[in-house]
Design a protein around this ligand. Structure first.
Ligand SMILES: Nc1ncnc2c1ncn2[C@@H]1O[C@H](COP(=O)(O)OP(=O)(O)O)[C@@H](O)[C@H]1O
Ligand SMILES: [Mg+2]
Length: 239
């Protein structure tokens, strides 16, 4: 089990700390260091002074070149079909902005920002782990079991994720595995080829998504992604 790993001896790589010069605040959250960054979002650690807990805050900044596109994916992430998911291996959304908020950014400039607050995964993403260590088979099995349980639950609720990859698999302080990033998710109640938009991360994409003018089954495409994650986790092949 990954929880048996001697995590004391592992120092997980983190993006360089960007400690704000002054205390930056958004809503009830005081922003701390950077945790990661994806295609649209900047993710920061944040102190929630209501619940007195650390959270992760994903910011979609107006200054981001893909802000408009990101807004569309933001709506998917905060859609009730996603925020109502309740599974130990799926990230919990704690709150989000309904309107763009004024924010003094890390450079001290005022800008608009949308945010999603979620539970914090202190040990970062699987991609960073696989970068520094060969994952023994029992750990890989534990990770895959967690992912399969989460995906099976999510599919049973009629949701497909369409962006399962090592960067979107997180690990908490107590080594719980969490799927994050529902930006490309959509509803797919039935089995079968109901999706047509070519979405996801090319390296992970199922072949039927890449072939043009083809409808594909979002559920099958998610499972294909899990196979790819398993392969990369065990053989430590990453892009
Ligand atoms: N809840 C969290 N706890 C810790 N790190 C996180 C959390 N959410 C995201 N991250 C980090 O930020 C990165 C980008 O987050 P993600 O939601 O995937 O953004 P994007 O939608 O832009 O891809 C992740 O790969 C991960 O490293
Ligand atoms: Mg992502």
């Amino acid at each position: 089990m990954i929880s048996n790993l001697n995590t004391q001896s592992l120092s997980l790589p983190r993006a360089p700390t960007q400690q704000p010069a002054e205390e930056l605040q958004i809503s009830k959250f005081i922003l701390r260091e950077k945790l990661g960054e994806g295609g649209y979002g900047l993710v920061l650690k944040a102190w929630d002074f209501d619940s007195k807990k650390y959270r992760a805050i994903k910011l979609l900044r107006q200054s981001h070149p893909k802000y408009e596109e990101g807004l569309q994916y933001f709506q998917n992430e905060v859609h009730p079909r996603v925020t109502s998911l309740n599974h130990p291996n799926i990230i919990k959304v704690i709150g989000y902005s309904k309107e763009p908020q004024d924010w003094v950014n890390l450079e001290g400039k005022m800008e608009k920002v949308m945010f999603i607050a979620m539970e914090l995964a202190e040990k970062g993403c699987l991609f960073n782990w696989v970068n520094i260590m060969t994952m023994p088979e029992p750990e890989a099995r534990y990770i895959m079991r967690s992912l399969l349980e989460a995906v099976s639950y999510m599919h049973s609720k009629g949701i497909v994720n369409r962006d399962l990859k090592m960067e979107n698999v997180l690990i908490t302080k107590d080594c719980r595995i969490l799927i994050c990033d529902y930006g490309y998710s959509r509803e797919q109640i039935e089995e079968g080829r109901h999706c047509e938009t070519k979405l996801g991360t090319e390296l992970y994409m199922a072949p039927e998504i890449l072939s043009h003018n083809n409808k594909y089954d979002g559920k099958a495409a998610d499972i294909y992604n899990l196979g790819y994650i398993l392969f990369m986790t065990i053989f430590r092949m990453y892009h």
